[in-house]
Design a protein around this ligand. Structure first.
Ligand code: P6P
Length: 335
């Protein structure tokens, strides 16, 4: 019957969104339209990503973004594509992006939603053909629709997200998202230009045997973290670190594992950004039965204080994050 259709592998993203919207009689369809707008931009970025080597749009673009990283042309292109799709879609009034120092006002005065996005995370991997990703969070604005955008519309804790997702441009291109009722994964069929439901109701294994961390910085890790990593090694867990957050996160979500980007000497607040990296993946993680903290508190409980603030990130299988916290937590106890 139709109700099972939404979950049968092979249903298109459009049909799935429509079906889920029908499940919410009061849904006005704006969020559905917004998700379609993001999916459209994803198809365009996917094509650009696949052509990067050929169209000479890889390589550094010469400017630097708020990370202080050389902006690769594909970063800039992806940012333009997503911002343009969201502007045209009309549902979003403002965007905070890794690629722009300031909030972008889309001039959609009737837009109810705000989007935080990392258009292309891991872009330094483009030139060496390693998977890269898009990460996005969706919030409802808190000040009256049509009024000037305020910082309180943007600086919302992750617990206020209405939706979040990521795109993994990997051996296949996948869109994985949640609207707070579980996590569903869609795989892109290039020849048809459609996303098809391939991973319905994703659930992370409660425990795992994979840890993802850049141990090159372990000299400056806390004692507790190094003790946790020694425990992983004593159990002969696998070390898997791609250097691309979305790829590591996605593998750990499916197979069980933990990704850690702690405070380091080079990044005393951690490297990853709260608004458009950690919050979205933390929402997805929790919806899939996994966990995400900054080493002491839930990522989703952090009240942002600045647009591009960084946070340490411990994210993945619930039991692994809890155990890591039991080691790292000792560091945070004032002696
Ligand atoms: P490091 C990519 O720049 C990124 O933001 C994540 O995708 C990735 O996991 C991490 O940084 C890699 O950082 O310091 O280990 O090279």
């Amino acid at each position: 019957n139709d109700s099972s259709l939404a979950y049968s592998v092979g249903v298109t993203l459009d049909r799935f969104i429509k079906k889920k919207q029908d499940d919410f009689p009061f849904a006005s369809g704006e969020l559905s339209q917004l998700l379609r707008d993001i999916a459209l931009a994803t198809k365009i970025v996917n094509r650009e990503t696949n052509r990067a080597g050929l169209a000479n749009i890889g390589g550094a673009f010469g400017q630097t973004n708020v990370q202080g990283e050389e902006q690769q042309k594909l970063d800039v292109i992806a940012n333009i594509r997503f911002t343009r799709a969201l502007t045209k879609g009309g549902e979003v009034c403002a965007v905070v992006s890794e690629e722009d120092d300031e909030v972008i006002d889309l001039q959609n005065s009737s837009g109810k939603y705000v989007v935080a996005i990392d258009p292309l995370d891991g872009s330094s991997n483009i030139d060496v053909n390693i998977s890269i990703g898009t990460i996005f969070s969706i919030y409802r604005r808190v000040t009256p629709v049509g009024s000037p955008i305020q910082l309180e519309d943007i600086m919302q804790p992750g617990s206020k997200q209405v939706a979040a997702g990521y795109v993994l441009y990997g051996s296949s291109t996948m869109l994985v998202y949640t609207t707070g009722c579980g996590v569903n994964g869609f795989t892109y069929e290039q020849s048809l230009g459609e996303f098809f439901l391939s991973h319905p109701e994703m659930k992370a294994p409660e425990d795992g045997k994979i840890f993802s961390v850049n141990e090159g910085a372990s000299k400056t890790f806390s004692k507790g973290l190094n003790a946790y990593l020694d425990t992983c090694k004593s159990r002969e867990y696998s070390a898997r670190y791609i250097g691309s957050l979305v790829a590591d996160f996605h593998r750990n979500l499916l197979k069980g594992g933990i990704y850690i980007y702690p405070e380091t000497a080079k990044n005393p607040e951690g490297k990853l950004r709260l608004l458009y990296e950690a919050n979205a993946l933390a929402f997805i993680a929790e919806q899939a039965g996994a966990a995400a903290t900054d080493g002491s508190q839930r990522i989703l409980d952090i009240q942002p204080t600045s647009l591009h603030q960084r946070t340490p990130l411990y994210i993945g299988s619930k039991k692994m994050v809890e155990e890591a916290m039991s080691f790292v937590g000792k560091d945070n106890v004032v002696a």
